[in-house]
Every structure is written in structure tokens, then in C-alpha cells.
Design a protein around this ligand. Structure first.
Ligand SMILES: [Zn+2]
Length: 200
């Protein structure tokens, strides 16, 4: 990098450019923006970064984000324990919950089955899902993985995994366009996909 850029700033640019979707050019722009702000801005940013890493972890039940052993969605006594909605990631959980159309519990897999990318069943939170269902009290599992090849393969795997439990397994309606990521779907489409779920 140019000698005009101090080493500390180069380190900042290097760290920022590791963020998804941020190349060196954007990272450099971010770094200059940070340097141009009052010192309190950089201090606040640094604090938010380290606090989030230290205080935010995974919920022990649904594997969503949480600052305590149980996340607010799992701890909320008004939610329906008999329905579990399975999603690939936290952004999907957020998108579904924002619709307000679903009042059950969640289970976050942290990915989808993708053998070509080396993602097998053991890389997802599938065993804890089976354990949750086998523990009893769950009547329906709604599989809300993305409507794409990997999401469908994951859904089929879950159906087979839960077959011995006898629990009802449903899939969100595929009226949603193929390749559509749940997190980018509008609330009405997502509510409808949930409402029109079908047996698997
Ligand atoms: Zn939770």
C-alpha cells in the first residue's frame, strides 16, 4: 500500500476488507471516514465491536443470538411450544418473526446441506433439533429453509430425521420464487408462505 498511509491505518483497512462484500476500495473509504470523525466515534465503534463479540452468543435451545443462556424468543412464556420453525440462519428467524404471523418456537441450523461446499449433516444443528423433538411436546415442525436446491435437500433430510418421532413435518409454500432467500422476502410473501405450508 502507498507509503502515505500510516501502518495503523493499513491494519484497519486490512481488518475491514475481511468483512463480507467489502473489498479493499470500500475498506479504504470506511477507514478514511473513521479517521475523519471525532475520536469518540472510533472509540464507540471499537467498544460496540468487542462488546458484541463478548456478550452475544448462541441460545442453548434454538441456537439463535442471545445475551443469556435462553434467548427472548425461547424464554417468552406466551409463545406456542408445540410448533418449531426450522430456519437456516438468524436473519431468516428475524424475517419470520417480523411478520408477526408466527408465534411458535424456532430452531436455527446455521447453514444448509451443501456437499460441494463441504457442509454435511454434522456441520448443522440437526442433532439438537432431533433431541428437542424427541423430548416431547412438539406437534409440528415447520421447515422454513430457503427455497433453493440446498434448502430443499436440507428439508428432505429433516423429514427423514424426524420420521421416527411421528411428529408432523411441514414445508413453507413454494409459491415463493426458487432461489429466493427468506431474509430478503417481503413480509406478506413470507406470511403467506408460512400460512400455505404443506405436509412433507
Ligand atoms: Zn432461543
Amino acid at each position: 500500500m502507498a507509503a502515505a498511509i500510516p501502518a495503523a491505518m493499513e491494519r484497519l483497512i486490512r481488518m475491514l476488507s475481511r468483512l463480507p462484500g467489502v473489498g479493499e476500495k470500500t475498506a479504504t473509504r470506511f477507514a478514511f471516514h473513521i479517521i475523519e470523525q471525532p475520536p469518540e466515534y472510533a472509540e464507540g465503534l471499537a467498544r460496540a465491536l468487542s462488546d458484541s463479540r463478548r456478550e452475544v452468543g448462541w441460545c442453548s435451545r434454538c441456537f439463535g443470538l442471545s445475551e443469556s443462556p435462553l434467548c427472548p424468543l425461547c424464554a417468552d412464556p406466551s409463545r406456542d411450544d408445540s410448533t418449531v420453525c426450522v430456519v437456516e440462519g438468524v436473519p431468516d428467524q428475524v424475517a419470520i418473526d417480523r411478520t408477526g404471523a408466527y408465534r411458535g418456537r424456532y430452531h436455527v441450523l446455521h447453514g444448509s446441506l451443501a456437499p460441494l461446499r463441504g457442509m454435511g449433516p454434522d456441520d448443522l444443528r440437526l442433532k439438537p433439533l432431533a433431541d428437542r423433538v424427541l423430548a416431547g411436546g412438539v406437534k409440528e415442525v415447520i421447515v422454513a429453509t430457503n427455497v433453493d436446491v440446498e434448502g430443499e435437500a436440507t428439508a428432505l433430510y429433516i423429514r427423514r430425521l424426524l420420521e421416527p418421532s411421528g411428529v408432523r413435518v411441514t414445508r413453507i409454500a413454494s409459491g415463493v420464487p426458487m432461489g429466493g432467500d427468506l431474509e430478503f422476502m417481503d413480509q406478506i410473501t413470507l406470511s403467506r408462505a408460512l400460512e400455505c405450508r404443506r405436509e412433507m
